[in-house]
Write a protein that binds this ligand. Structure first.
Ligand SMILES: Cc1cc2nc3c(=O)[nH]c(=O)nc-3n(C[C@H](O)[C@H](O)[C@H](O)COP(=O)(O)OP(=O)(O)OC[C@H]3O[C@@H](n4cnc5c(N)ncnc54)[C@H](O)[C@@H]3O)c2cc1C
Ligand code: FES
Length: 332
């Protein structure tokens, strides 16, 4: 039976036998090993690791692109080993917070731009909800058998009061709920926190790359850093498709005033005369000669942007830079 070694960022390595036909996640769970996971069907990429040696096969259809699979990305919820193998995960087991269900009361819904809503919610006074800056929760749609994932934009210092930035998509279920129904006092079931995309403690420089509401987890991270007067050098690259999608610029100005090491670079792809800044995609911002140094890179946004940025990151950053991804994959 193949033995899979699970390697973590704290240097810990755990070995696990994986019976034929079982996924690595199933075998790890049976052995009492806790790994980051959520959907367990190859969609959310929360269980993503990197293959360091050996061979694996996908047992199910997953959302992982061919390029990512070829580059060694593994979704352990949908993958089994073909030989002994080693898989590295971008976290230490003790950093994982166990997800749990909670009820959230809607405080208010405000438009941050014509296509972006801010939903603020409050959890009950007595609750044990905690999260790391950058993580997300699943929100159930009232009356429907559907849920959607949203990253907290608020910092974890006040986990009772949470803020989400929600892209309003024509025909979208959550978009319709937020636009037409969500009102102060409404209750929503949430489960979380999820995700291995969260701010890693370090002093070295970081680059953040956000597309659209992919800015939300970055704002959570920046707010957390601002609360402790961090001087870390951070370059944020933020791109949107249309001027209507642009939001958060005032917030980012405020964060720049509190974070001396923060620089912000924005681009609008289909700009009109309301936008006087850079025209182009976030990849254009990253293609110039003046890319700052980085020990960590955080990337978050919709699938098309993630796809474009992944190739560029491989070209522009050294192989030993830690890169963390969160893809806002739509529910299929
Ligand atoms: C881990 C994770 C975290 C996320 N965090 C956030 C967040 O903080 N803020 C946020 O706005 N979204 C976030 N998303 C995406 C979010 O979960 C929903 O998929 C999105 O908001 C659409 O939901 P909806 O119900 O309005 O639309 P749906 O009913 O799901 O879809 C309506 C239509 O829009 C299409 N569609 C869905 N998403 C996109 C897209 N990104 N671009 C273009 N077309 C699309 C669908 O294919 C469908 O045709 C996250 C997703 C994941 C996996
Ligand atoms: S838990 Fe593996 S892709 Fe969601």
């Amino acid at each position: 039976m193949p033995i899979v070694t699970l390697a973590f960022t704290n240097g810990e390595k755990v070995r696990c036998e994986v019976p034929r036909g079982q996924t690595i996640l199933e075998a790890a769970q049976a052995a009492g090993i806790v790994l980051a996971k959520e959907c367990e069907n190859g969609a959310c990429q929360t269980c993503r690791g990197t293959l360091r040696s050996g061979q694996v096969e996908e047992l199910d259809v997953t959302e992982l692109s061919e390029e990512d699979f070829d580059a060694g990305a593994v979704l352990v919820c949908s993958t089994g080993p073909l030989s002994d193998a080693e898989i590295e995960f971008p976290y230490a087991p003790e950093e994982l917070i166990t997800p749990a269900p909670h009820q959230m009361t809607v405080q208010d819904v405000t438009l941050l731009s014509p296509t972006t809503a801010r939903l603020r919610g409050q959890l009950p006074r007595r609750n044990d909800f905690r999260f790391r800056p950058g993580q997300y929760v699943n929100i159930s749609l009232p009356g429907l058998q559907a849920k959607r994932s949203y990253s907290m934009a608020s910092p974890p210092s006040d986990p009772r009061n949470v803020e989400f930035h929600i892209r309003l998509l024509p025909g979208g279920l959550m978009s319709a709920y937020v636009t037409d129904e969500a009102a102060p006092g409404a209750t929503l079931d949430i489960v979380g926190p999820y995700g291995a995309f969260y701010l890693r403690e370090a002093d070295g420089p970081a680059v953040m790359i956000a597309g659209g509401t992919g800015l939300a987890p970055m704002i959570s991270m920046l707010r957390a850093l601002a609360q402790r007067n961090a001087t870390r050098r951070i370059a944020l690259y933020y791109g949107v498709t249309r001027f209507e999608d642009l939001y958060g610029l005032d917030e980012l100005e405020g964060l720049k005033a509190r974070l001396p090491g923060l620089s912000v670079h924005c681009a609008v792809a289909e700009a009109d005369n309301r936008w006087t800044g850079r025209t182009g995609y976030v990849t254009d911002l990253l293609s110039g000669p003046d890319l700052p140094p980085a020990e960590q890179v955080y990337v978050c946004g919709p699938p098309a942007m993630m796809h474009a940025v992944r190739d560029l990151i491989a070209q522009r950053f050294a192989a030993d830079v830690d890169v963390f991804y969160e893809e806002f994959a739509p529910v299929s």
